[in-house]
Every structure is written in structure tokens, then in C-alpha cells.
Design a protein around this ligand. Structure first.
Ligand code: NAD
Length: 549
């Protein structure tokens, strides 16, 4: 009998032998909660085919191991399947995960697909296969910060009255309309699947849906003209929307995209043949692949045309430019990726997507942690604004969770404060702390997080591997090494860590080590690449910097 995928167990009583393993079990089931996952029936959490477990059988086995795992054992997961349990020690990770990794020469989408069809490998995306997805909120603050920085750089700090156009309203991309309106802008977003737009509207991420393309454009233009912070979804292909804007010479202000371009078989090519993409994928996969690349070339050609007419365009981490180049468009890289454009200065401070989840299932526990974060960092105006907006506008999906970008030093402070909350009983069950793999020291992704590094070290993946080892050495509760997340097979290598605050003194020591060393590696990575801001941050935080060779 399969476990029913109805979400994670909640409350302060556990069924596993420790809170460390209970946390993993709850987070795995939370990833597959129908309120959280995009396609739980196929174990798909988000990001095209990013999965939490390889198969239903593999899922059941993992759950069983987690229930039985002792406090000095470590469970090994290979691409979403349990492959062994080893004796380790209480401070070691309870689970070690390796997903989607291939030897570089064989790391092609075609070879991956072949292995996946044989049941040997699974695509783990970033937080899907590492069991720390928290729904669309997980990307929301990063998206909010990205559009805020775009506003600061190009529009005097405000998006009010600006028309921001994008596409892809899925698990991650669905954060865009809310992030834009939180920054005061107007959003027009296309998605080929009406159900995805409906889902975001139901969750409060999207305000309205207009079925007809010209009416949607007209509505969005009116809203922008009246400086109304609202979002409009339209159920069309991104290419249809963008080519319409080009053809009718409609002026827009900001332009990006979060269709699943990292995976040619997940992106839906433009044209009538693809009204039913599922059947097109199975009937003629080769044609699907080539039409997908051709469509992405058209997609980026239209983006560049709109950029040439004044829109601020940026790639939003889905590898769309790479695919357009493969599809034959020579100016595919005419606009920058969002990391060099907006995010790298934060990485130099060890700032990244710190997130936490209340294992109790009680939203009050998250509101308690919100207050603690506000007390810890009373001078961080943008953080305080975010916490207030999040409380007001973000509805929880699955277990209640929160995210905010914190830097080196701040993350350890927050972790220790949360452990104190558990110890003192101010929250009713332990708290899980983790992060996206999209962080300062945990990813090598030359078209995204490490695009245009100052020293040209974009493709060196020693850093994420070191990051994983640092997190194991420091005592994270589970640690993962993945390949291909965000941008697709062959294009990235990355690592994740999750740590449980269970209120014990041992957890204090682990939290302090992990939440210091994990972002410290990001600061060291940027210092090594020559970023002065990272060298300053390292000095301020007492990190030993080797003298320049
Ligand atoms: P998803 O699979 O949950 O959703 C993708 C959506 O795009 C779907 O709703 C689909 O219907 C729609 N779509 C597909 N082709 C389309 C087209 N041609 N026109 C319009 N709509 C189309 O994926 P997701 O989790 O939202 O991720 C989207 C992309 O963003 C992925 O490539 C992912 O790797 C990337 N990503 C970026 C970041 C970041 O920080 N920038 C973070 C995570 C993921």
C-alpha cells in the first residue's frame, strides 16, 4: 500500500527515532504535498521534472528507512533512491544525497534521458531532490530582491507605473507577478497552461487572468498608466505574446522569462501542434526537441527586439539564452543574466536564501520566528519591509515556512535564536533550516550564478563540491550534491544543506558551525575570484584569507 500523498505529518509527537530523521521524513512528504508540488502524482515538485524521489517504490523505501534510522546512522540516497545505511556518528549528517550527477563527458540531456528511462537516475532540480522546497515563497524573496535592485538601477528605486512582462507561471516562475506588484509595478505574464495561472491566482500570487491576448495587453497597459500594482495573466505561449508586442510596437519597461527553458522537453514550443504538448512529446520527441530550440530562438529574438526598443531585459536563470543560441539566434547573449546584473554584490557578503520551516505545522510558530528575526536585525529596513509584506501577502503552502536573505554571521545568529525558541517551548516543535542551492558558495553555473566571474572561473565546480564537504564536516542534518539544477543537464553543479534546530545543546554547536561555514565558503569563493567586497566581508568576519599568490 502506497503512502497517501496528503502532506507532511504535523504536531509535536514524532514517529521516527529522532527529530533529525523526523524532519527529513516530514520535509520529503511536504515536498510532495499536493498543495506544494506541481505534479505530485509523478513525484514532480517543481522546475520541469524536478523530483523528490525516483519512483513510488523508492519513495516508500526511503520513508521506511527514515522511520528506522538510528541517531548514529547515515542513509545514502542516489538519485532519489535509498542505496544503503552506514554506521557514522551522532554529529554526522543523517542523510547524504547525490542526484543527477554524470561524468562531464557523458553529461548530455540525451544520455540523461536514456538513463532516466532505464530507471537509473532522477532529475533533482535544486530543492526538489534535496527535500527543502517550500512552495513558491521559496523563490519569492529572491525575485522580490531582484526586481527591487532592477528598480534601483534603472527606475529611481520604484517600479510604480512600469510594465513588466514575463512568462512561465509555474512553481518558481509564479513568484514573479507577486514580486513585481510588491515592488509597486504592473505585471503581464504568459503561461501556456491556464491551470498554472489559476493556481497562482488561488494562492494570491496573481491578481487577474484575461483569456484574450490583445485584451490582456490593453488591461496591463492601462494598469501601468495608472501606476496600479496589479498583475495580469494570459494563457498564451510566451512567443505569441512577445511577437505581438514587437509587431504592434508596444513599449514595455522590464522583460524577463521563467519558462522551463533549461529542459527542451519541458518548454512548450509555439504553434498549434503544441496545444497538447504531452502527446507531441511522445509521438515525435526528436521533432519536439528541434521545434523547442527553434521556438526559444524566436522567443529570445523577440526579447532582444524589445530590449533594443528600450526595455530592461535580463535572463532569469532558466538557460533560455543558451537554448536560443543552440536554436541558431546569434544575439542570444545580448542581455545579461540576473546574477551579474543584480545579485553578485549580495553573494560577496555571504547573503543568500536562508529559509526555515515549522515542523509543528502551526503558522503561529513562523510568526514567532518572524518576530525574532525582526528583533535580531532591527536596522535592516528592507528585511523588515519584506517580513511585513510576507506576513500580509504570502499564503503558506504545506508546512508553514519563511525565507529571507541573510548574510555571513546573520545566519548563525538566526539559527541559534531558533534553537533557543525550541528549547524554551516558545515554538511547539523543532524548526528545519535550509536553503536553495542558488547561494553564494554552493553552485557553479556559468550561465547563472557564476556568469562573468571577475577571474573567469565561471565553470569551475570545485567550489560546490567543497561546499558539500564543508557542510558534512560541520554537521548538517542532510547534505546533497546535484547536477543540472536551474539551467539543465550539463550546465551546473551545486550543493545543498539542511539542519534541524531541535533545541538541544548539540544542535547549538552544529547550527553555529554549519550556518557560519556554509556562507563563509561563498565569501571565500568570491574573495578568491578578486571581489574586494568579499575580501572586506571576510576580514570583518575574521575569516582567514590566504595572501594573494
Ligand atoms: P515549472 O515547470 O513549475 O513551470 C514552468 C511553467 O512554464 C509551466 O507553467 C508551463 O506551462 C510554462 N511554459 C512552458 N513553456 C512555455 C512557453 N513557451 N510559454 C509560456 N509558458 C510556458 O517550472 P518553475 O519551477 O516555475 O521553473 C521555471 C524555470 O525557472 C526553470 O527553468 C527553472 O530551472 C528556473 N529557475 C530559476 C530560478 C531563479 O532563481 N532564477 C530558480 C529556480 C528555477
Amino acid at each position: 500500500m502506497w503512502t497517501e500523498l496528503r502532506g507532511a505529518p504535523t504536531g509535536s509527537r514524532r514517529t521516527c527515532k529522532s527529530w533529525q530523521t523526523e524532519a527529513a521524513l516530514r520535509m520529503l512528504l511536504n515536498n510532495l504535498d499536493p498543495a506544494v508540488a506541481e505534479d505530485p502524482e509523478h513525484l514532480i515538485v517543481y522546475g520541469g521534472r524536478g523530483k523528490a524521489a525516483r519512483s513510488r517504490g523508492a519513495l516508500e523505501q526511503i520513508l521506511q528507512h527514515l522511520r528506522e534510522l538510528e541517531a548514529d546512522q547515515t542513509l545514502l540516497i542516489q538519485s532519489g533512491k535509498a542505496v544503503g545505511v552506514l554506521r557514522s556518528h551522532p554529529d554526522a549528517p543523517r542523510i547524504l544525497i547525490a542526484n543527477s550527477n554524470l561524468v562531464p563527458h557523458w553529461a548530455t540531456q540525451e544520455h540523461f534521458d536514456e538513463l532516466e528511462r532505464s530507471g537509473l537516475i532522477m532529475y533533482g532540480q535544486m530543492t526538489a531532490g534535496s527535500w527543502i522546497y517550500i512552495g513558491t515563497q521559496g523563490i519569492l524573496q529572491g525575485t522580490y530582491e531582484t526586481f527591487a535592485e532592477c528598480a534601483r538601477q534603472h527606475f529611481g528605486g520604484e517600479l510604480a507605473g512600469r510594465l513588466c512582462v514575463t512568462a512561465g507561471c509555474g512553481g518558481m516562475g509564479g513568484a514573479q507577478p507577486l514580486a513585481i506588484t510588491m515592488n509597486g509595478g504592473t505585471c503581464l505574464i504568459a503561461d501556456v497552461q491556464p491551470s498554472r495561472l489559476e493556481r497562482r491566482r488561488a494562492l494570491g500570487y496573481l491578481d487577474e487572468i484575461e483569456e484574450d491576448l490583445p485584451s490582456a495587453i490593453e488591461r496591463a497597459r492601462q494598469l501601468a498608466a495608472n501606476a496600479q500594482a496589479r498583475s495580469v495573466g494570459v494563457p498564451v505561449n510566451a512567443v505569441d505574446l512577445l511577437e505581438y508586442l514587437v509587431e504592434h510596437e508596444i513599449q514595455i519597461d522590464v522583460l524577463t522569462d521563467q519558462t522551463p527553458a533549461h529542459d527542451v522537453m519541458a518548454y512548450v514550443p509555439v504553434g498549434d501542434t503544441y496545444r497538447d504538448p504531452d502527446s507531441a512529446r511522445t509521438t515525435d520527441p526528436d521533432r519536439y526537441r528541434s521545434d523547442s530550440l527553434e521556438s526559444m530562438a524566436r522567443h529570445v529574438r523577440a526579447m532582444v527586439a524589445l530590449m533594443d526598443r528600450g526595455a530592461v531585459a535580463f535572463d532569469y536563470g532558466n538557460n533560455l539564452r543558451q537554448r536560443a543560441a543552440e536554436g541558431g539566434f546569434s544575439r542570444a547573449f545580448a542581455f545579461p543574466g540576473f546574477v551579474p546584473a543584480f545579485i553578485r554584490p549580495q553573494f560577496c557578503q555571504g547573503r543568500g536564501p536562508f529559509r526555515w520551516v515549522a515542523l509543528s505545522g502551526d503558522p503561529e510558530d513562523i510568526y514567532t520566528t518572524d518576530r525574532v528575526i525582526a528583533e535580531l536585525f532591527p536596522n535592516d529596513a528592507s528585511l523588515l519591509r519584506w517580513l511585513a509584506l510576507a506576513r500580509e501577502r504570502v499564503s503558506f503552502q504545506g508546512l508553514p515556512a519563511r525565507i529571507c536573505w541573510l548574510g555571513l554571521g546573520e545566519r548563525a545568529q538566526a539559527g541559534l535564536a531558533f534553537n533557543e525558541l525550541v528549547r524554551s517551548g516558545r515554538v511547539s516543535a523543532p524548526i528545519v533550516i535550509g536553503r536553495d542551492h542558488l547561494d553564494c558558495g554552493s553552485v557553479a553555473s556559468p550561465n547563472r550564478e557564476t556568469e562573468s566571474m571577475a577571474d573567469g572561473s565561471d565553470a569551475i565546480s570545485d567550489w560546490p563540491l567543497l561546499n558539500a564537504m564543508v557542510n558534512v564536516a560541520s554537521g548538517a542534518t542532510w547534505v546533497s550534491i546535484h547536477h543540472g539544477g536551474g539551467v539543465g543537464i550539463g550546465y551546473s553543479q551545486h550543493a545543498g544543506q539542511v539542519i534541524v534546530a531541535d533545541g538541544t545543546p548539540e544542535a547549538d554547536r552544529r547550527l553555529e558551525r554549519v550556518l557560519t561555514n556554509d556562507p563563509a565558503l561563498g565569501v571565500l569563493r568570491h574573495a578568491d575570484a578578486g571581489y574586494e567586497a568579499a575580501r572586506d566581508c571576510a576580514r570583518r568576519n575574521g575569516l582567514a584569507l590566504p595572501s594573494r599568490a
